[in-house]
Write a protein that binds this ligand. Structure first.
Ligand code: G4P
Ligand code: NA
Ligand code: NA
Length: 191
């Protein structure tokens, strides 16, 4: 997606040739015009398969999932929570996710009420790095007895093992910007 790549080149800040900060348009301030186009791009990538529901994870996945839902006839979104709250009620599907950047494990959960069986699910997230978050969401979907139709990612870092892990488990991965590596703290896109 050219508009996204251009924006990454303009406003992305690379730290230690490893982490891309995109707080200007995705992870803190949100450029809704750009994210609307991101949602339309996901709708295009997954046009060939019927999707019943989008699953994402708080917090940064939510805006992107919202844009994708609007572009896909307002299909419902359910997001996994990373923390239990006093308001958490009823039965939950849970998955353990190790965050490579935060060096800690957390439990992602979705209420069983909002994740029915026998659906085709599109998983959406902002970044694909180690693949742990997407794998965790796929586990939640499968616990529910639904099918992962695909995984849509805004920005993929291809030098980390995420795609390999997800494709190895049989999932289709579509990402809108693929960064093969960083050179002098500048992103280099794959092909
Ligand atoms: P994963 O997302 O593939 O599982 O990889 P990892 O464990 O490495 O990532 C942990 C968190 O850091 C995730 O967000 C992920 O989206 C984010 N992340 C990974 N690499 C980058 C990067 O280069 N730039 C940015 N901006 N984020 C990166 P999270 O902890 O779930 O946070 P949030 O969604 O609440 O913002
Ligand atoms: Na993030
Ligand atoms: Na994320």
């Amino acid at each position: 997606m050219d508009e996204l790549k251009t924006r990454i080149q303009q406003d992305g800040i690379v730290i230690d040739n490893r982490i891309l900060k995109v707080d200007n348009f995705l992870n803190q301030q949100i450029d809704t015009a750009l994210i609307t186009h991101v949602g339309q791009a996901f709708a295009g990538r997954f046009r060939d398969c019927p999707i019943d529901r989008i699953v994402t994870i708080e917090s940064s996945g939510i805006a992107v999932a919202y844009a994708a839902s609007i572009a896909m006839a307002n299909i419902p979104i359910v997001f996994a929570r990373k923390k239990k709250s006093l308001l958490t009620q009823g039965e939950q599907y849970t998955a353990s996710i190790y965050s490579y950047t935060k060096e800690e494990t957390y439990t992602a959960s979705i209420s069983k009420t909002y994740l029915p069986a026998h659906e085709n699910i599109l998983i959406i997230d902002d970044f694909l790095a180690s693949g742990a978050a997407a794998m965790g969401m796929a586990q939640l979907v499968e616990q529910a007895g639904s099918t992962v139709a695909g995984i849509g990612i805004v920005i993929e870092k291809t030098f980390q093992p995420g795609r390999q892990k997800l494709e190895g488990a049989g999932y289709r991965v579509e990402s809108l910007a693929r960064i093969s590596h960083f050179e002098n703290n500048t992103p280099i896109f794959a092909e």
